[in-house]
Design a protein around this ligand. Structure first.
Ligand code: ADP
Length: 499
């Protein structure tokens, strides 16, 4: 089966969140399952520098049609994108289409935001071209490779299904479309005036089309027109059907509930395993958990925390955003420190949260260590060296950090929501007895809810044997991409049969 995997992030070349990790791991897992997968991604500088075009491959120019497809205001040749087939040094066995356009994609830094943290003003046309390129490939642009499935990820790719339908002009599209929601909170909203540049029939700016409160929504386009919808955990697939979590799109999603399912993300255990983690100076595994003490010492040194083996370290590795519930963590710092614990936090984002945590580090020197920024090695150091990894997210489509924590025997403490609810089992008398406990889970999204869970964690830590057996159970759990890939493959077959 031929799959065109369309995305805007790919670890380790370009990552702003979990989408990049998924894009690095799912295509290889699908290949192992027998699929022929090609990635389509914009030629951001980091991608371009890792890319080698295949010898003898022509440039694939996207058709310029009157009234259909992106109609940029400036028609410079610099702007008009084309596709190049090649390989990325990060995965030389796989083919990848790079969407090249210096004017649109040759920008350093964040792919969506400028240096002031504002969305690039031409995002609508930039990502319209990504959807257009996907649709053209889906409709046979490359004579030598016709995909069966065009698998789109998040709002950046949301226009692909409607462009495919319009290109097919009444015939069945040549490939089936799947749209995966990694986070419904990021919707790709643009002013109404941008609609004219998209090259879509005017009546598509409507309730049943792309219109969302008088704006253009790329997310809505994907949800409305893809044949199949998925989210990255089963619970999130249910939650987004409710007004509380549907971000204004729950009505549409309820209408399409028959075509929606959740497939849990996996973990790339080549990157995330304490047995061979390149960042750790001393490795450990499920049978040598005492060596995790080295990881703790490494973390305490890195973050200028007091070197106390007895201190219970609570780790955070996260975007600092409203979604992640970190204002709750800030509110419990006192409880953590008074209880003899330490906080190790890595993150960046909301300037107010950044400031608040930096102030806390000043207030509790040696007990609160904060690193503001994005830092892969530090993420590994914290996840390995902490006793507990905190994810008190308000909502969480899947969450990867708790899965990494499990693998390192760093017990997740999470809000019972989305993928967190699907992957962490609260330590209660019953779950401890039947050995299914893997962390701490609280239901009430409030400071008190988090405080109760912290109290449970503090109470369990001195019961060394119990703590260790929960760690060992957590480390033995597997969230393999091979399992997720089988679920996607089954879905691809079902959707391809239907279309
Ligand atoms: P989201 O995509 O909502 O940010 P996920 O849990 O799905 O959340 O994925 C986040 C990924 O980004 C994880 O791999 C996590 O380790 C990583 N990450 C988040 N913040 C940082 C940071 N400041 N430095 C390094 N890695 C980070």
């Amino acid at each position: 089966m031929r799959i065109l995997y369309v995305c805007s992030e790919l670890f380790p070349l370009l990552k702003t969140g979990g989408l990049a990790d998924v894009s690095a791991a799912l295509p290889p897992a699908l290949r192992l399952a027998g699929c022929d997968v090609r990635i389509l991604i914009p030629a951001y500088p980091a991608l371009e520098s890792a890319f080698q075009a295949l010898a003898g491959q022509p440039q694939l120019h996207l058709p310029q049609l009157n009234g259909l497809g992106p109609q940029p205001a400036q028609q410079s040749t610099d702007c008009l994108p084309y596709l190049m087939l090649g390989q990325l040094s990060t995965d030389p066995t796989a083919h990848c289409y790079l969407l090249r356009s210096p004017a649109l994609f040759e920008r350093e830094g964040n792919p969506y935001l400028d240096s002031k943290g504002q969305p690039w003003p031409d995002n609508a046309i930039r990502f319209a071209f990504l959807g257009w390129a996907a649709a053209c490939l889906g409709q046979g642009l490359d004579d030598a490779w016709q995909p069966d499935i065009v698998h789109c990820h998040d709002w950046h790719t949301g226009l692909a299904p409607i462009y495919m339908r319009e290109l097919a002009a009444g015939d069945p599209p040549k490939a089936a479309t799947i749209f995966t929601v990694h986070n419904l909170a990021y919707q790709g909203l643009f002013p109404r005036s941008d609609f004219d540049q998209l090259g879509l029939a005017p009546d598509l700016f409507s309730m049943d089309g792309l219109e969302f409160h008088d704006q253009v929504s790329f997310m809505k386009a994907g949800l409305q027109f893809a044949q199949q919808l998925t989210t990255v955990s089963p619970s999130y697939a249910q939650e987004i059907l409710t007004p509380e979590q549907g971000m204004g799109l729950d009505g549409l999603l309820r209408n399409r509930a028959h075509a929606l399912c959740g497939i849990l993300n996996g973990v790339d255990y080549n990157v995330w395993s304490p047995e061979h983690d390149a960042v750790l100076m001393h490795h450990y595994d499920v049978d040598s958990l005492e060596k995790k003490a080295h990881a703790k010492a490494q973390l305490q040194t890195r973050l200028n925390l007091q070197e106390r083996q007895g201190a219970m370290i609570f780790g955070v590795v996260s975007r600092l955003s409203e979604q992640k519930g970190l204002h709750l963590v800030h509110a419990v710092i006192d409880q953590i420190v008074q209880g003899g614990g330490q906080l190790a936090l890595l993150g960046s984002g909301d300037p107010d949260l950044e400031r608040a945590f930096l102030l806390a580090a000043d207030e509790y020197p040696g007990q609160v260590g904060v690193f503001i920024g994005y830092h892969e090695d530090m993420a590994h150091t914290i996840i390995a060296g902490s006793d507990v990894i905190l994810l008190p997210s308000r909502f969480e489509p899947c969450g990867l950090t708790q899965l990494y924590g499990l693998r390192y025997g760093t017990l997740p403490l999470v809000h019972r929501v989305g993928g967190l609810a699907d992957t962490v089992v609260d330590a209660t008398d019953t779950t401890l007895r039947d050995n299914t406990a893997s962390g701490f889970v609280f239901g009430d999204f409030s400071v008190m809810g988090l405080q109760d869970a912290l109290t449970s964690a503090f109470a369990m830590k001195p019961r060394a044997q119990i703590w260790r057996s929960v760690q060992q159970h957590a480390m033995r759990l597997r969230f393999d991409w091979t399992v997720a890939a089988q679920s996607y493959l089954a879905l691809y077959r079902k959707v391809a049969m239907r279309s």
